[in-house]
Design a protein around this ligand. Structure first.
Ligand code: ASP
Length: 439
């Protein structure tokens, strides 16, 4: 049977009302058979994330201070859930177990993981489903890297016989049996690997936002949602800073071709955003993103192309200065190198000097303040005139284009503009392409 893995973030499990909503969602579709939970997060009633409070307890404990006041706040949150949801599990003995865990000097990661542990126990009880401990499924190396292959094997073996399971996100075991966690927000990775391990037909990521938006709502008012997109498109947009879930979580799903659906527990009827391997969608442009503060180095040299190894020498300067290069748009006798400004700090003079020394350009200039605006869309390949409309839209908004580059995958067009023009560029492009959504 088709199985869906559903992951709920901390804000979707912040209190009793949220738990009720999660239950309704889970019961609505019998395919939803493996649930992954974060620890209860913030809400209008709750000012703190349980994970943050556990980390505070661990810190105080390791410094030899009392942490009982904060622990009591955590305990009361779980007690309230048990009371208001009318659960039968013995919360006091679970809380005692967690308290003893912190008191015994376990690592802060190990202590932080107890929020997910308790939350999953509660949800399992509430649903009448089986609690499956992530410590038995996820194995980490002593350096703290997850052993993917071994973990996937365990997931497949242990979960194949469980019809309905609740698994805590975020943590797993080290070779010595102690616990550790993925980085913050890591329950997404737990969920994604569970989906791969059980061969799920869908991975749902439930949060408090209704999917991905076509542009940053801080720049464009009320942007349209992106209903469908492909993994490569998601990659382009997240690279440019459109945040969804952790890259480490997306990668295994994309590799296995498991669709990912981002949905909101606040709007359970809303389809959210579906990301699939090869989704077909009608939109020409899927999304627009922007990243600011790049610096451009431009070199001019006649017969640049006849100097074999010219580009290699140029790029070696950046490599040896530990600077990552974002792109190298080039002309006949000129080439530019684009890098993030933060990478250059304190190294500018040295880099310029080394370029002069190794590449002998006739002219070398460098300019800060470049913003890269990326327009992403699988449909652009098939549609004539997209580039023309894109440039007209920027010209009409009186925006000067400093650079243009079309990704070789033809998934995106990248335009370099002044930092100050970046937001206006996004708005202009959004207005031009928003009308083509298939809603
Ligand atoms: N609870 C953890 C955190 O706050 C992990 C997660 O939510 O995914 O980072």
């Amino acid at each position: 049977m088709d199985r869906t893995v559903s992951k709920f973030g901390g804000s979707s499990l912040a209190g009793p009302a949220e738990f009720q909503r999660v239950k309704e969602i889970l019961l609505k579709d019998p395919k939803r058979s493996v649930v992954v939970v974060s620890a209860p997060g913030k809400s209008s009633e709750e000012a703190f994330k349980v994970t943050d409070m556990l980390l505070m307890c661990a810190q105080l404990a390791s410094a030899g201070f009392r942490y009982d006041e904060i622990f009591e706040q955590i305990a009361n949150r779980f007690r309230r859930l048990v009371r208001e949801l009318d659960l039968s599990l013995d919360i006091e003995s679970l809380l005692e177990e967690v308290n003893a865990h912190i008191a015994s000097g376990e690592s802060s990661a190990s202590c932080a993981s107890r929020g997910e542990y308790l939350c999953a126990q509660l949800l399992a009880d509430y649903m009448g489903w089986t609690f499956v401990d992530a410590a038995d499924l996820f194995l980490f190396s002593s350096e703290g890297e997850v052993h993917e292959e071994e973990s996937l094997k365990r997931i497949e073996t242990k979960l194949s016989s469980v019809e309905k399971a609740v698994v805590p996100g975020f943590y797993g075991s080290l070779p010595d049996g102690k616990l550790t966690t993925f980085r913050r927000g890591g329950s997404d990775i737990t969920g994604s690997l569970l989906a791969v391990g059980i061969g799920a037909s869908l991975y749902e990521n439930w949060t408090d936002v209704p999917g991905l938006l076509m542009a940053d709502p801080k720049i464009v008012e009320n942007p349209k949602p992106m209903r469908h997109m492909t993994y490569p498109e998601l990659r382009e947009l997240s690279y440019m800073g459109a945040k969804v879930l952790q890259e480490d979580a997306v990668f295994p799903l994309a590799r296995e071709g498991i669709p990912l659906q981002i949905r909101s527990t606040l709007l359970p009827e809303d389809p959210g955003t579906l990301i699939a391997e090869n989704g077909v969608h009608k939109e020409v442009v899927t999304g627009i993103a922007v990243k600011k503060d790049f610096r451009v180095f431009t070199l001019e040299k006649t017969k640049m192309r006849e100097d074999r190894g010219f580009l290699r020498k140029l790029l070696s300067v950046f490599e040896s200065n530990k600077v990552t290069v974002e792109g190298t748009p080039s002309g006949i006798d000129s080439v530019s190198v684009i890098v993030a400004e933060e990478q250059i700090s304190g190294k500018l003079e040295k880099i310029l000097e080394e370029i002069r020394m190794y590449c002998h350009p006739q002219r070398l200039t460098t300019q800060p303040g470049l913003a890269l605006v990326v327009v992403v869309g699988k449909g652009m390949i098939r549609t004539k005139g997209v580039a023309a409309r894109l440039f007209t839209s920027l010209a009409q908004a009186d925006i000067n284009i400093r650079m243009i580059s079309q990704g070789s995958s033809e998934l995106s067009i990248l335009v370099g503009v002044e930092n100050e023009d970046a937001n206006r560029a996004v708005s202009a492009l959004y207005q031009t392409f928003k009308g083509e959504r298939d809603e």
